[in-house]
Write a protein that binds this ligand. Sequence first.
Ligand SMILES: NC(=O)c1ccc[n+]([C@@H]2O[C@H](COP(=O)([O-])OP(=O)(O)OC[C@H]3O[C@@H](n4cnc5c(N)ncnc54)[C@H](OP(=O)(O)O)[C@@H]3O)[C@@H](O)[C@H]2O)c1
Length: 279
Amino acid sequence: VNGLLEAGVRRVVYAVGDPDPRVNGRGARLLREAGVQVESGLLEAEAEALNEGFMMRLRRKRPFIRLKSGASLDGKTALANGESRWITGEAARADVQRWRAQSAAVLTSASTVLADNPRLDVRIETPRQPLRVILDRRRVVKKGAKILAPPGRVLIFAAASAAKSRQTAPEKFGDATIERVKRKGSHLDLARVFARLAELQVNEVLVEAGPRLSAALLGAGLVDEWLVYLAPKLLGRDARPIAALPRLKRLKDAPGFELRESTIVGNDVRLRLRPRKKG
Ligand SMILES: NC(=O)c1ccc[n+]([C@@H]2O[C@H](COP(=O)([O-])OP(=O)(O)OC[C@H]3O[C@@H](n4cnc5c(N)ncnc54)[C@H](OP(=O)(O)O)[C@@H]3O)[C@@H](O)[C@H]2O)c1
């Protein structure tokens, strides 16, 4: 603001205000008081889209959550025996690297860590490694799991004892940090997990999980964007679904998505979906 006033700027047009309560609207007010003509809203939607994670964190106190799934043409993500590497091709996996690189955190479940032993790090050039987050309610991930190896930090969320919402003293597990969160029903409270990530300044999270956690997030309205890599192959009826959602009785209750983009990536298709707003 001072810089603009000193430079003698008479008219300021900005795209979107900063929702941070410490600054929200103050700059515009000071400029107006100094006699500068101030307007907002120019390319507002585009500016919001560029800063979606930041806006989400400040307004909703949680990060922007992007779920990634790799599936077959018949909507399956793993064989019945758990084998899922690799349904999609090399180009799709390289594409996932870019999404990881732009995320402040990559989140998965202990169940997927045990099944696939993924690293979930970024193997392309990147200014930072995302924080790798594991939901491990029962602390079943063992030392030696590839996800615990450098580079990058690892945060494990485990269940808190019934009395405490979050333990204050940090616990270590090798180089990883353990934080305790309360349960909701029989699982970790996902809302608390994401609220904590927002506190840690995480704007965007990429979730790479299997059918149960994916279903839980979709069911809880905790998916802001869904990236589905569809491989043109068939895995058969006893393979695992992309999301293990409960049975529906009426088609009109089927969760729907808006198709924002479909792109050919190697021999697969990447769909970018946004949940359809209700009403
Ligand atoms: N194709 C892909 O994109 C892809 C990606 C990742 C994994 N996979 C495959 O998926 C399979 C693993 O699937 P999965 O279903 O066992 O694991 P998952 O969906 O990754 O995670 C399941 C765990 O999530 C937690 N969870 C479930 N509902 C929850 C809720 N409402 N709130 C909070 N936490 C909740 C539970 O942990 P607690 O029981 O401890 O509470 C549950 O054990 C593997 O075969 C893997 O290969 C495929």
